[in-house]
Ligand binder design. Structure first.
Ligand SMILES: NC(=O)c1ccc[n+]([C@@H]2O[C@H](COP(=O)([O-])OP(=O)(O)OC[C@H]3O[C@@H](n4cnc5c(N)ncnc54)[C@H](O)[C@@H]3O)[C@@H](O)[C@H]2O)c1
Ligand SMILES: [Zn+2]
Length: 357
């Protein structure tokens, strides 16, 4: 079993990574007067039922939500909180989030506000959640105004990653998780980019050694960044490489056409080209990044009719300052910097890039 420590003083916790961990999960958990497992229908069928069948604790409740991003809203929060109250969940109880990023964000948010906050643990079952969303304590739900606009910084008591669960994950979801994996290499770990290039096929084939290394390395990076800047006041921003354009693309296509990871792959592709165009990186390094993104096999072409919407959406980005759009761009091998561009500058540059590709 691999273990990693998130260094946040009294809010610190451990990440456990192992194949088959879920089978014995109850043995690893601390005391609680009751547990409430929050999961979605798909994950419940695959793993939730077995988990509860083997769990001898006399007070384990389960709340199952429909799978998908549509569940990440305030109505669902209220429904969950009501069920927790009906089940007699107290401040000494603990929430267990079993699922992908949707379940993790939603369950974490509910835990953060239930009776002003009760403990929760993350048991992520998608690659995206195992390398990104379950670590770092960001919780949120969506409003019609935008994604993740209501939420909290609320750290879990622990993160339990069972790599075995990725065996049932659809390929499209696996590729989506790879977007964040590649992102870690570009933002601060050049050696890891080389590892990904050499082992791409093994990783996608879920070869255990490669998979464990990838998840551990990504969690280490995220842990380091979060320990330095828990509330995204500075350094944590680097996690947003590919996300300025990626988020804008998700909004422009109504969250229907692309998964989050697919939008981020396209975002990282265009933002690497942007860094090249601004002279921040040389052609060789730019090609290295692009080649890895292309390995995922997703269609990176963007219609230029999307441009206007993209720029408008970028103007609403949470990272923006002084009316300028914030981009996190590669600046050197394994390094990034923030560039602020005016709407006009960004629009001109991206228009040129879309025409070229
Ligand atoms: N909190 C953060 O720091 C953070 C970071 C990145 C993303 N996010 C959020 O994460 C969400 C996306 O997460 P996601 O990509 O995990 O999506 P998701 O939770 O919707 O999971 C994707 C799909 O895979 C299914 N699934 C989950 N585990 C499975 C398994 N082992 N086998 C088969 N199917 C499985 C789910 O039922 C769902 O249909 C977004 O809402 C995003 O905003 C949060
Ligand atoms: Zn992301």
């Amino acid at each position: 079993m691999e273990t990693l420590q998130i260094d946040l003083g009294s809010r610190g916790y451990t990440i456990y990574i192992d194949r088959g961990l879920l089978t014995n999960l109850p043995l690893y958990l601390g005391p609680a007067d009751a547990w409430v497992v929050i999961t979605d229908e798909t994950v419940d069928n695959l793993y939730g039922r077995d988990l509860l069948r083997n769990w001898k604790h006399n007070k384990v409740h389960k709340i199952v939500i429909p799978a998908g991003e549509e569940s990440k809203n305030l109505h669902m929060v209220e429904a969950i909180l009501r069920k927790m109250l009906d089940s007699g969940i107290t401040r000494s109880s603990c929430v267990l989030a079993l699922g992908g990023g949707v379940v993790g964000d939603l369950a974490g948010f509910c835990a953060s506000i239930y009776m002003r906050g009760i403990s929760y643990i993350q048991v992520p079952t998608t690659l995206l959640a195992q390398v990104d969303s379950s670590v770092g304590g960001k919780t949120a739900v969506n409003l019609p105004h935008g994604k993740n606009v209501v939420g909290s910084f609320y750290q879990p008591q622990g993160v339990f990653i069972d790599t075995h669960t990725l065996g049932t994950l659809p390929k499209r979801q696996l590729i989506s998780g790879m977007a964040e994996v590649i992102k870690y290499g570009v933002i601060c770990d050049y050696a890891f980019l080389g590892y990904l290039r050499r082992n791409f096929t093994d990783i996608l084939a879920l070869e255990e050694k490669a998979l464990k290394k990838v998840i551990t390395r990504c969690c280490e990076t995220k842990a380091r960044v979060v320990a330095e800047d828990e509330k995204e006041e500075g350094m944590r921003k680097i996690l947003n490489y590919g996300h300025t354009i990626g988020h804008a693309l998700e909004i422009a296509t109504g969250y229907q056409q692309y998964t989050h990871g697919e939008a981020i792959l396209i975002g990282m592709h265009v933002e690497a080209l942007l860094a090249r165009k601004l002279g921040l990186i040389d052609q060789e390094y730019c090609s290295e990044i692009l080649a890895l993104i292309q390995e995922t096999g997703i269609n990176l072409q963007l219609k230029d009719t999307l441009l206007e919407g993209l720029i408008e959406n970028m103007m609403g980005d949470k990272k923006n300052r002084a009316g300028k759009i914030s981009f996190i761009l590669p600046s050197n091998k394994g390094e990034t910097i923030e560039m602020l561009l005016t709407k006009k500058e960004a629009s001109g540059l991206i228009q040129d890039l879309l025409n070229m590709s």
